[in-house]
Design a protein around this ligand. Structure first.
Ligand code: TYM
Length: 336
């Protein structure tokens, strides 16, 4: 009963890395063919931890350029930064009055990000998932392409939608479904196969950034942690070798093959042969994106126009949905 609509978001905190690209962005690009797609640079989420104003601005332009360079078509997809569409923050407040403390207390991402010094975390970091629910439901989006780490937030979004529906109207909001890639759902750090590749990791050698030069990509892969065993002929045999498994997963995602297929090609061989081929695949994928991104970044005025146009289009969808939300809650909305 709801028209299919895709929404997803990415934070402008530093440059995009291979995890963002293989876990989410590549999927975003493919979905444009069959769906109405709305993609958001979530700057309101970024400020849940302190940001330097100038770096935030630069990162917002870089992420926008990177998304366009990766294949987001701004005439079809709606691309904008969150803070230019006030309906996100307003709906988030309404959801703060629907979500329960108990639900938010379960969020593992908050626990990880707040760390030991929880008393010092911002209220925004704690309430982050209600804003994420608002991002999605402000458009009544039905599908949300994300990496595996966002699954729990998506479940909370469904809980909020269900609670709102039972309070104010059976089918007010859809229950959005995550779309998670099979092979690249969670790309791991190049230095530790048990922790996720992430922008916040201190060492740059834990990740491949989409603006890394070719030599740097080769160096990072050369230095990536592995072991001295040869590669096996099936993925199950890599269960206890997370670093090896991660590299095979990256190769599989880049070449659109299953991990078992990749292993059938490389089994018996060591990383001396595998790593240079992996680096070559990465360079083939990333170099054109990096070059295009740098071109796009030369014209900030055009990027401003693109983001504003996206915000106007996004707002025209979110406005009536929010107005209806306020109506069913019982707010008086005077019309002039
Ligand atoms: P963010 O900015 O951390 O990441 C953007 C997207 O990249 C995926 N991702 C990964 N996928 C695989 N392996 C990794 N190592 C990896 N690291 C990141 C994320 O899963 C995500 O899909 N809360 C979100 C942003 C957000 C959002 C939304 C997403 C805000 N509102 C509404 C969807 C819908 C976040 O912090 O993503």
């Amino acid at each position: 009963m709801f028209d299919a609509r895709v929404f997803s978001g990415v934070q402008p905190t530093g440059n995009l890395h291979l995890g963002n690209y293989l876990g989410a962005i590549k999927n975003w690009v493919g979905l444009q063919k069959d769906y109405e797609t709305i993609y958001c640079i979530v700057d309101l989420h970024a400020i849940t931890v302190p940001q330097d104003p100038e770096s935030l601005k630069i990162a917002t332009y870089e992420v926008a350029a990177c998304l366009i360079a990766s294949g987001i078509h701004v005439n079809n997809s709606i691309l904008f930064n969150q803070s230019q569409v006030p309906q996100h923050a307003e709906l988030a407040w309404l959801f703060n009055c629907v979500a329960r403390l108990g639900w938010l207390n379960r969020m593992t991402q908050f626990k990880e990000k707040a760390g030991k010094n929880r008393e010092n975390a911002t209220v925004g970091l704690y309430a982050y998932p209600t804003l994420m629910a608002a991002d999605i439901l402000a458009y009544k989006a039905t599908h949300v392409p994300v990496g595996d780490d966002q699954k729990q937030h998506l479940e909370l979004t469904r809980d909020i939608a269900t609670a709102f529906n039972s309070m104010f109207g059976e089918s007010f909001f859809p229950l959005p479904k995550p779309i998670i890639q099979k092979t690249a759902a969670r790309i791991m750090s190049l230095r530790d196969g048990k922790s996720k590749m992430s922008k916040s990791e201190e060492s740059d050698f834990t990740r491949i950034n989409l603006n890394d030069g070719d030599d740097l990509i080769s160096q990072k892969i050369k230095k990536a942690k592995t072991d001295s065993e040869p590669l096996p002929d099936n993925i199950k045999a890599l269960e206890e070798r997370p670093e090896a498994r991660n590299l095979v997963g990256i190769y599989a995602a880049l070449t659109s093959q299953s991990e078992d297929k990749v292993l059938s090609e490389f089994s018996g061989g060591g990383f001396g042969k595998f790593k240079p081929l992996l680096a070559e695949c990465l360079i083939n994928e990333i170099a054109p994106i990096r070059n295009e991104m740098n071109k796009i970044l030369n014209d900030k005025a055009e990027l401003d126009r693109i983001l504003l146009r996206g915000a106007v289009r996004a707002s025209s969808i979110a406005k009536p949905i929010l107005a209806n939300c306020k109506k069913v809650i019982g707010f008086v909305q005077s019309v002039n």
